[in-house]
Design a protein around this ligand. Structure first.
Ligand code: NAI
Length: 258
């Protein structure tokens, strides 16, 4: 992976940043795209110290023109990215449909689904033209089970379907497209939700067979695997990284987790 370029949306924090840090450790140069720019300077300094190049772009993934502008800038610099990670995403409040604000519903779909679709639309074609590339979409375990997240979960389920469809369309062109479905991952965002009482950590942990949260490092290492040639025969899948949460959801119908 050394000296390749990877584009990461949502790369300024949480899972996206952890994937960026992991890839930087492999010598991969980075293009980070995020709607929030406040962390860019510190991140660039961190990666410079590791000896990899890092370009940061403040852009909103819901605006495809903003992503196209990033691609135009890369083309001008003569940079061709063979790796794309779409990690930009937002959560939603737990609401009944009667109370769930339509504007919030639309924004959650726009960022989580359209944002990834836009990134694939901009970067899949150059990868196909080059005859090589790997795309990694950050989905969620919520895609697989019923939940009160009435926009977030369906948007993530739609991403899994998109990944399978795009993977087939690009397979013969040498481009692989996969997704990971993280379980409850202890990012600053999740920690803030726990601290503010929006999530009850002991309740969440009681449904996780391994009795702990996923770490961002564990998600990043799985992402690295799926992006690497070690996964050269894998395309069109969504791989859960969830400390057993999905397996446990059937079990708890009968008895508490051991
Ligand atoms: P985070 O909030 O730390 O990271 C998300 C990043 O996306 C932030 O830097 C944010 O500024 C950026 N972003 C948000 N809207 C954007 C937009 N319109 N355009 C460009 N950038 C935008 O959250 P976290 O937890 O790291 O989430 C990353 C991904 O992982 C998301 O897709 C999320 O749905 C997914 N995920 C997270 C889980 C968790 O437990 N933390 C579990 C399963 C999935």
């Amino acid at each position: 992976m050394n000296s390749q370029w990877a584009i990461i949306t949502g790369g300024a924090s949480g899972i996206g940043l952890a994937i960026a840090q992991d890839l930087a450790g492999q010598g991969v140069n980075l293009v980070l795209i995020d709607v929030h720019a406040h962390a860019f300077e510190a991140i660039q300094a961190e990666f410079q110290a590791l000896g990899v190049q890092c370009l940061c772009h403040q852009a909103d993934v819901t605006q495809i023109a903003a992503l196209q502008a990033v691609q135009d800038d890369l083309a001008q610099r003569g940079i061709t990215a063979r790796l794309l990670v779409t990690a930009a995403g937002i959560l939603q409040p737990v609401e009944d449909i009667a109370d769930f604000d339509l504007a919030v519903h639309e924004r959650v779909w726009r960022v989580n689904y359209d944002g990834t679709y836009h990134a694939c639309k901009v970067w899949l074609e150059p990868m196909r033209a080059a005859g090589q590339g790997a795309i990694l979409v950050v989905s969620s375990i919520m895609a697989y089970r019923s939940s009160p997240l009435l926009a977030y979960a369906p948007a993530k389920a739609a991403l899994n379907s998109l990944v399978a469809g795009l993977a087939v369309s690009a397979a013969a062109d040498g481009v692989r497209i996969n997704a990971i479905a993280p379980g409850f991952t202890l990012t600053k965002g999740l920690q803030q939700q726990i601290d503010s009482g929006q999530r009850d950590s002991s309740r969440v942990l009681s449904f996780i067979p391994m009795k702990r949260f996923v770490t961002t490092d564990e998600v990043a290492r799985t992402a690295r695997f799926l992006l690497s040639d070690d996964a050269s025969a894998i395309t069109g899948i969504t791989l859960p990284v969830d400390c057993g949460w999905l397996a446990g959801t059937g079990w708890v119908t009968f008895k508490e987790l051991p």
